[in-house]
Ligand binder design. Structure first.
Ligand SMILES: Cc1cc2nc3c(=O)[nH]c(=O)nc-3n(C[C@H](O)[C@H](O)[C@H](O)COP(=O)(O)OP(=O)(O)OC[C@H]3O[C@@H](n4cnc5c(N)ncnc54)[C@H](O)[C@@H]3O)c2cc1C
Length: 426
């Protein structure tokens, strides 16, 4: 392949303790947490709002934060934000959970569907109030590496090419772009045919007015609409990795054409598309090849280096813990990840990438990064007890209580015994 090479002198714009690359829910959680712990923090976001897939991508649901029997598992910033989103936008928290964990067991799960754009504004407010430096419309292009140490990142924006240095870099691009470009080993995934926007119709507006609740005005408009299990993925549609510009473009054109064609069967005077996803709705693009990969078989196991306990968002009872090692690699002492690029295998990756867990791993990554800076250790080698104590103070459950482990520990996923499922993504 032909190639060009050139050199360019770039001034160091500013130095930070921590640079967080990507302002999805994981990046926002990491940036706010690190700043609250006293670190100087730069959060760089390539789009114009915060929240990533959770706002720009129109994925507006905090999936269940409980074990399906009335016991809350996920707390921390996730709990705070679920309630924050309900304070100004849609409030869909079930009545059983309105005032916190119910006093009686219940099968009703603790979820919250929120207004994506109101939540994005609230995240911006939280970030700026915390004193995080935020750059919008700014792309992190490349980390600058000296061997396996990251010295900082190069950005592209209206200001041109700039360089920011950092003691610690957290990659929350969702796609592991910064780690990957820095030479950190990663694992790529496959993505189904999914692209869901929002529309209104005269009928849906009438319903909203009748109910006195604006959320009824919106319904989905779909290109592809394939669920996380890949049910009914059309055989003529590719599974996209989402890791090249050609694939992302093909994914977008294919899905946008499908939406356009669906409009032709409707009366043009009665409908309007209000939102198209402004980022590709790709679930599993790329994760760090971390020091540990979370697996379905790890259910009900306590890890010594656990940074949070998590529940299964699809099934009752199932519980896991997330080891710090899913976010780090010992050989890269000042780079780590959080959110949907944490290391999980098969459904283990799905467990890690949902909004509540992405927020918790963002919090954990920040605590680990600050401890590493303060102790002069690599981020994979921080004092785990201190890390867990700090996360506990931040309202994160580290280990699930043993009394919540059911007698029958068989893991059934999507109606099938997990032990009989081949590895790989569903
Ligand atoms: C179709 C679909 C349905 C889903 N359904 C649910 C659901 O119902 N509930 C749920 O909890 N989860 C759901 N998820 C998962 C969840 O939405 C995401 O995994 C989660 O929001 C990921 O958060 P994140 O912060 O890790 O990454 P992202 O949301 O991907 O955020 C990454 C951010 O980084 C920015 N960025 C990327 N590259 C750069 C760069 N080079 N420079 C600067 N900025 C950059 C992006 O603009 C983005 O803001 C779904 C996902 C999909 C795709």
């Amino acid at each position: 392949m032909a190639s060009i090479s050139f050199t360019k002198k770039i001034a160091v714009k500013k130095e930070y303790d921590i640079i967080v690359c990507g302002g999805g829910v994981a990046g926002v959680a990491a940036a706010i947490t690190a700043r609250t712990l006293g670190a100087s923090v730069l959060l760089i976001e390539k789009s114009n709002i915060l929240g990533g897939l959770g706002t720009l991508g129109l994925i507006n649901l905090f999936v269940p934060m409980c074990n399906g029997r009335g016991k809350q598992i996920i707390f921390g910033l996730c709990e705070k934000w679920a309630r924050l989103s309900a304070s100004l936008g849609y409030d869909t928290i079930p009545k059983e959970w309105k005032n916190g964990e119910p006093s009686e067991p219940t099968n009703v799960r603790y979820v919250q569907r929120y207004s994506p754009h109101i939540f994005a504004l609230q995240l911006m407010d939280e970030v700026t109030k915390a004193g995080v430096d935020l750059l919008y419309d700014c792309l992190v292009c490349d980390p600058v590496m000296e061997g396996k140490i990251c010295k900082g990142v190069i950005t592209e924006s209206k200001s041109g090419t700039e360089y920011y240095s950092a003691k610690m870099v957290i990659d929350t691009t969702g796609d592991c772009d910064v780690l990957r470009r820095g030479g950190v080993p990663t694992v790529s995934g496959e993505n189904f045919y999914t692209y869901i926007g929002k529309k209104i119709t005269l009928e849906s507006c009438r319903l909203a007015a009748e109910k006195g609740d604006i959320k009824f005005a919106f319904s989905d408009i779909c290109g592809g609409n394939i669920n996380l299990w890949g049910d009914n993925q059309p055989s003529d549609k590719p599974k996209w990795s989402g890791l090249t510009v050609d694939e992302v473009t093909d994914y977008l054109i294919t899905n946008q054409k499908a939406i356009l064609s669906s409009l032709k069967s409707e009366d043009r005077e009665t409908h309007e598309i209000t939102h198209l996803p402004m980022m590709p709705q790709l679930r599993t693009t790329c994760h760090i090849k971390g020091d540990y990969s979370l697996k379905v078989e790890d259910a009900y196991q306590h890890f010594e280096d656990s940074v949070c306990a998590i529940n299964d968002f699809e099934h009752r009872d199932h519980l896991w813990e997330v080891p710090l090692r899913t976010l780090t690699r010992k050989d890269y002492p000042n780079m780590l990840t959080a959110g949907r690029s944490a290391d999980g295998t098969g459904y283990g990756w799905d467990l890690l990438r949902v909004i509540p867990v992405a927020i918790l791993t963002g919090q954990a990554a920040a605590h680990a990064a600050v401890l590493a800076i303060n102790s002069g250790m690599g981020v994979a080698e921080v004092d785990i007890k201190a890390l867990q104590e700090n996360l506990t103070k931040d309202n994160v459950m580290i280990h699930f209580p043993d009394e919540l482990v059911p007698e029958d520990k068989t893991i059934i996923l999507h109606g099938k015994n997990a032990a009989e499922i081949d590895g790989g993504h569903w």
